[in-house]
Design a binder for this molecule. Sequence first.
Ligand code: AMP
Length: 592
Amino acid sequence: MERPPVIHKTAADFRLPPHWTDYQGGRSAFSWDAARGGLRGLPGGGLNIGFEAVDRHAETALRDQTALHFVARNSPAVDLSYGELARQTNRFANVLQGLGVGKGDRLFVLAGRIPELYLAVLGALKNGTVVTPLFSAFGPEPIAKRIQLGAGQVLVTTDSLYRRKVKLWRQQMPTLRHVLLVAEDGGISNEPDTLDWATLMAAAPDTFTTVPTQPDDPALLHFTSGTTGTPKGALHVHGAVVTHYATGRYALDLHPQDRYWCTADPGWVTGTSYGIIAPLLQGVNSLIDREEFDAQRWYTLLEQEGITVWYTAPTAIRMLMKAGVALADQHRWPALRFVASVGEPLNPEAVWWGKEVLGLPIHDNWWQTETGGIMIANTPAFDIKPGSMGRPLPGIEACIVEHLEAEDEPPRVRVIDRPDVEGELALKAGWPSMFRGYLNNEARYRKCFAGDLYLTGDLARVDADGYYWFVGRADDVIKSAGHLIGPFEVESVLMEHPAVAEAGVIGKPDPMVGEVVKAFVSLKDGYAPGEALRLDIMAHARKRLGAAVAPKEIAFLPTLPRTRSGKIMRRLLKARELGLPEGDTSTLEGGA
Ligand code: AMP
């Protein structure tokens, strides 16, 4: 069916008056200073994410309102009110103090979406301790590597994850001083060289004065993948809370009475910024589901929990589309009033599916680990052009640039001021949640800036109405089910298999998850390609990397294409896989 290119908004689309209705007017009237006025702040000009998200409300009428509502298939729901969340995070901050863990120290959390994860993150923030939530589906290798790189001093995890993914590798993490275990059966954990979460929490006082952090003090360390083997640790500061607050209003249109569901795991930046911080800042009641995607379950949760604002991912929407309209027809969502998605391109078809099946179009938005918060979005303030990721939010200046010289350092760029021309998406630096560095990699950080422009590494174009359209990544990083995967990290683990001589990893387009990880390997002398060996290499990769990162496909090649300088030409592997033109092969070893 031929679809119109624009979905027009009418007053009937809004069940609540939106925070933002006039695109230009809202942008002109906006300032970051004024946005900060919506927060409380600490005495002496301080700012602390945990205090603003929790304690500020615990002193108001929101005290007894549910802040976090946890559900799981086989255990009863758990509700934490803003008041209870304040007391429990105070306890955890006191636990940290008791262990001698303070401001600027680093804490990692490795857990599924259980209440303790949220208490650890928010309590640590109140204590000024820098937090990294890790994805619990990572294998031992990515976990150890990130804790090593981040020089983590404290790890909070569950007893079973510890036994499966940390215990045997603990000597690789020499900076870890304390490991706190949550017993999954609700009892007491008694692994050697660890501390029991429940015992420490029960003994800790439930009052605490937030450590006086300043806006530039580090708060969160999020790892993201690059093309090299080392994940990049993007450091964020407490001042980021101003972006979290403003975007919760303008991009997600959160109101205090909302029942909100962000389906992202806090192991990824969306699950922290918009699964923990932004909704609490707006005083909403958030649903947190411990289970993985299940179409029937998700439709039921949306319906029974009376979700009003839903923030999810294109892969999930495509999986719901695949599950068929008959399943959707068994449900009604009269409470739902706003749906947004992030992380990968959202097909126009999916935007329309939202309108036809959920009764609401899906609002795509764009940001990345480095930006710390939503930058470009479809919002209630304007019409949607399906396929576009929207327009810059208040306080955000975006543009498309071209590089003057490909390998210039520092980069030099020119803004393309004509519409509809592809180039790199850039943002004027200076919004509060902008990352402040890559851990131990100042040179890589500097390469992200050309003057006062932050270069995103994404290719895009902007149309004459100021709508941005995603084109692709400028590098080899793979986006699978919304998660960035660094090809080199996967290649390195493959190379450790005794049969593998060299490995090249690409993202192979996939209609459901965007891209799947596909590996090409060549074998050492004495090994022959075959199904048993393929499965063995696959099992090795899954064991080391975890199912979320390991390749889904492995193909054997006699040799891999390399540049004259010895780098595997992933671009060429990809072009060959897709039957596309091979492009410039002048640097190919043995090539033209
Ligand atoms: P991450 O740092 O893991 O959040 O991944 C950020 C990257 O995801 C961006 O640089 C984009 O490549 C991609 N991305 C995020 N949102 C969108 C979107 N709405 N459309 C297309 N790609 C997106």
